[in-house]
Design a protein around this ligand. Structure first.
Ligand SMILES: [Fe+2]
Length: 157
């Protein structure tokens, strides 16, 4: 819900399909649902599920690639699978979705991306693939969020 709230704030900024972004924000982590676990990598599992339901392929692509998923996919050895099933469509608002995801804490609160990444690190022990992901992806995640902040000056909440 917090990620969707951020998407709502961005949607009014224009330049992309706001409804698509808000929909992807609501659904991006659906692959965490235990009934959908298949590869164990939630962006792929969620995207497969949505594709199976006949969802808009743009929505499927945003979910499959949310928040630099390709970096974590590489660490988990499923990067070829990700690209094969869901070649990334760069015309979609991936960066905007990343901003929404990476500025929202686990309780829905708005966080700066730096705080958000620090918070993730507290939840996974050293050596865990998610910790590795944060270490590798941090420069790209931070740069993406800063780019969006510059591109869409948001009203204070
Ligand atoms: Fe996620």
């Amino acid at each position: 819900m917090g990620v969707a709230r951020q998407a709502d704030r961005l949607a009014s900024a224009g330049g992309f399909d706001g409804d698509l972004l808000v929909g992807a924000a609501w659904l991006h982590d659906i692959g965490y649902a235990s009934q959908l676990a298949d590869t164990g990598f939630h962006p792929i599992d969620g995207a497969r599920h949505l594709r199976g339901l006949g969802a808009d392929e743009r929505l499927v692509n945003l979910v499959a690639h949310h928040s630099c998923a390709r970096i974590e996919a590489r660490l988990r050895g499923v990067d070829a699978l990700l690209e094969q099933e869901f070649p990334q469509d760069m015309s979609l608002p991936h960066d905007e979705l990343c901003f929404c995801d990476q500025t929202t804490g686990p309780d829905g609160e708005v966080l700066d991306v730096i705080e958000r990444l620090a918070e993730i690190r507290t939840r996974y022990e050293d050596g865990h693939v998610v910790r590795q992901f944060v270490d590798v992806a941090e420069p790209e995640l931070v740069a993406t969020v800063r780019r969006i902040e510059r591109a869409y000056p948001l009203q204070p909440r």
